[in-house]
Ligand binder design. Sequence first.
Ligand code: KG4
Ligand code: ZN
Length: 340
Amino acid sequence: MRRRSADILAIESSCDETSAAVVRDGRTILSLKIASQIDIHVRYGGVVPEIASRMHMEAIDALVDAAVDEAGTTLCDVSAIAVTVGPGLVGALLVGVSHAKAMAWALRKPLVGVHHIEGHIASNYIAHPDLVPPFLCLIVSGGHTLLADVTDYGRYRVLGSTRDDAAGEAFDKGARILGLPYPGGVQIDRLARQGDPAAFDFPRAKLGEDALDFSFSGVKTALMQFVRKQPEGFAQEHIHDLAASYQQAIVDALVDRTAAACRAGGRSTVVLAGGVAANSRLRECLANALPTGTVLRYPPVSLCADNAAMIASAAWYRLMEGETAGLDINASPGLPFAET
Ligand code: KG4
Ligand code: ZN
């Protein structure tokens, strides 16, 4: 007997994007709405948590309505409500979680709580309808950097992670040192295209011969100390070469560990996820470094950033396993990425 298709309405509000989406069977986006707050936070050089929560509250109602309308469905017809429960900014998460709980209760629909990182991984299920686990996944965002063996839907084995800054954080902090606006990753990526990645030598931390962990605090400090020693105006004058060299140091570390994990684990598919998966140099260098025959997949740039479609996709696989949440779920700002 054919199973009826399931449309999941999801909300994502963990940081500075409010998003609502309706996704069918975990793979097809029926609608995706994103209200970015970057124009406001850019004035402060980073996300201001209090402002983020307030802006989520202002945006969420209309955004959910718009997502449901655009999907050509109604609230009564969606199969479940999904929401990011963590990790993220507590006030920001609370807006989405409260909204989702209220809807699930009022509509008598199942509620699914999703880990933000699991959502990022699932963005690839939307982008690549033929992608199925197992695969090796490098998750690189503003708050996380980890290598995971995805053994099945929602089943992970963490192989390595950052011991300090996340890769996106390193991009953002480096950009700040270079006088570039927030969020810095995309600026560095753009400027680096006209620069020489070998112009300056920044350190690539290696934590033991076989270790698959990362460390990015050293490269950021090296950039800061280097720029400080230079005459005024040096950073602006050499911005392309500095961006390219700094980016290359981060990319080399990511590529080195991912290629090593791929060789060691023998997975034939490698997947990128998270905001930094949008980085053009990372995509290029990783493609060149993977063993011959390995398939490299990543989402389109639009799905690398935070969005609710990826949350709906991850939720669908949880729902298939009967994993629903009670109305007592809460925002969990430090939610660990559970190995299952
Ligand atoms: O996944 P995401 O949207 O939010 C978190 O879950 O953290 O990732 C945001 C991060 C930021 O640090 C941003 O600078 C970085 O992704 N990012 C990039 C690029 N686009 C966004 N980093 C490098 N190159 C890019 N093109
Ligand atoms: Zn994210």
